[in-house]
Design a protein around this ligand. Structure first.
Ligand SMILES: [Zn+2]
Length: 200
């Protein structure tokens, strides 16, 4: 398919559709969860799985594993603290897949933004949802601790988020890997407190 985006010809063209992409992201989430589990609870207790049920939207061919987001609970009575590791699949409680939130928001930006109608047809998100995602990137993400650190590594103005991130990360030979790196870079905003509370 010919992409009409000026400057970022690979943005949608290289969107890695299909189950293998979603399974790949699942494996990244497994690594992130394993790291969190090995660190244990802040009280020293071991962490047990207490995963959150999910019904994600935005893609077909989603593996069964996408019915849950990894989360843990401390085993110690009197603590029972919950620990939810960062994710490359789920952004807080949003029902749409994290990658779809990033891609659709980026496609609304730039010199020739894709129309909302077209994006709705491609991904199923309605006008109000897409508008909320734009507010998220424009007003909320720039205020996060994540962005205060990330901006030093990525000299892009906050107004260009998330399109500037796609320009920085995509374009390699393997779109799956590129998307994996991008989502992993952004994963600090997916944990509790990663975004201002109204958007988590
Ligand atoms: Zn604990």
């Amino acid at each position: 398919m010919v992409d009409k985006d000026h400057g970022v010809p690979t943005m949608y063209h290289d969107w890695p559709r299909g189950a293998s992409f979603w399974l790949f992201l699942f494996s990244v989430d497994q690594d992130l969860a394993q790291s969190a589990r090995e660190k244990r609870c802040s009280c020293g207790g071991r962490l047990h799985h207490a995963d959150y049920p999910r019904k994600p939207r935005g893609a077909e061919d989603l593996p069964q594993e996408y019915r849950y987001r990894f989360s843990f609970c401390c085993e110690r009575d009197g603590c029972r603290k919950r620990v939810t590791p960062p994710s490359v699949r789920f952004l807080g409680r949003k029902v749409y897949l994290f990658a779809v939130v990033v891609l659709v928001s980026a496609m609304r930006q730039g010199p020739s933004p894709r129309r909302v109608h077209e994006l709705s047809q491609l991904f199923g998100a309605d006008r109000r949802t897409i508008a909320r995602w734009q507010v998220l990137w424009r007003e909320q993400v720039p205020q996060t601790p994540f962005w205060r650190i990330a901006r030093a590594r990525l000299p892009a103005p906050a107004e260009t988020l998330p399109r500037s991130l796609l320009e920085a990360f995509l374009g390699g030979d393997d779109p799956c890997q590129c998307w994996g790196l991008l989502l992993r870079f952004l994963s600090p905003i997916t944990i509790t407190g990663g975004l201002p509370s109204a958007f988590s």
